[in-house]
Design a protein around this ligand. Structure first.
Ligand SMILES: [Zn+2]
Length: 244
């Protein structure tokens, strides 16, 4: 990157919620709490222009809950259902949606951000997945690409919010690496931000290293850089300017 290119980074901390964390989250991501110290270190950094947290925030009749579908095609983690783009008024557009255990229901303890995360450093929290008819892994749009602010899907148009603050770079961390972190990072890149996923500040639903390798391939294909906590890209947001 040319040294004179503006650098106004934002941090997005994805879905660090009780239901996504061991030991008793309903959709606990293996090792989900191990990443908290690094994320808190990032949250404490004065280098970020904006720090965002996100929350999966579902109504109890959400389409992704296996319990809302009929047997035998209603096994959490295993079953898929056909989801239609009803939000976008294009029902002919469909995709296969994986079913999950009930998780992050609005107003429940499971939907709260975990106590260890230093939310005092967060500037804005985005709630997503509020439209029962559609999945929303990304904080930027639903799975069909609809940005549904005001229509029940999400409570903030995050791309417009970040552009209005002249953000140039977005760093994405949190849970889960293979779903909401992945799609939020792809959404950030699509919105025009130079986007990084910090590899050691995420954990995946599927702990198989081969699965993460495939996620990385998709991210890189969509212009997201996957970086390590020791990389220059991360060091420059953890240390004040001029110390590198
Ligand atoms: Zn969800």
């Amino acid at each position: 990157m040319p040294p004179d290119m503006p650098f106004k980074p934002a941090l997005i901390v994805v879905d660090m919620q009780n239901d996504f964390c061991p030991p008793d989250g309903s959709l606990a991501v293996p090792g989900g709490r191990e990443i908290v110290p690094l994320i808190n270190e990032l949250l404490a950094s004065p280098m970020f222009e904006v720090k965002v947290s996100t929350q999966d925030w579902h109504p109890s009749d959400h389409i992704s809950f296996a319990a809302n579908h009929t047997a035998p095609n209603n096994k959490p983690f295993e079953s898929f259902i056909e989801m239609k783009n009803l939000v976008g008024n294009r029902p002919e557009q469909t995709m296969m949606q994986r079913l999950w255990p009930v998780h992050c229901v609005q107003g429940t303890r499971g939907a709260e951000i975990i106590d260890e995360l230093d939310v005092s450093k967060v500037d804005v929290n985005v709630r997503k997945g509020m439209d029962a008819r559609v999945e929303m892994y990304s904080a930027f749009s639903d799975s069909f690409g609809n940005m549904t602010e005001g229509a029940g899907g999400v409570d903030l148009d995050l791309a417009s919010f970040l552009h209005a603050r002249h953000i140039t770079h977005v760093y994405v961390v949190g849970l889960a690496g293979d779903y909401c972190v992945k799609d939020t990072a792809r959404g950030a890149a699509k919105a025009g931000f130079a986007t990084y996923v910090i590899e050691d500040a995420q954990r995946c639903v599927d702990p198989d290293p081969a699965a993460w390798a495939e996620v990385k391939r998709v991210l890189q294909q969509d212009s997201v850089e996957v970086v390590h906590a020791q990389s220059n890209e991360v060091r420059r947001v953890l240390q004040p300017c001029g110390q590198l």
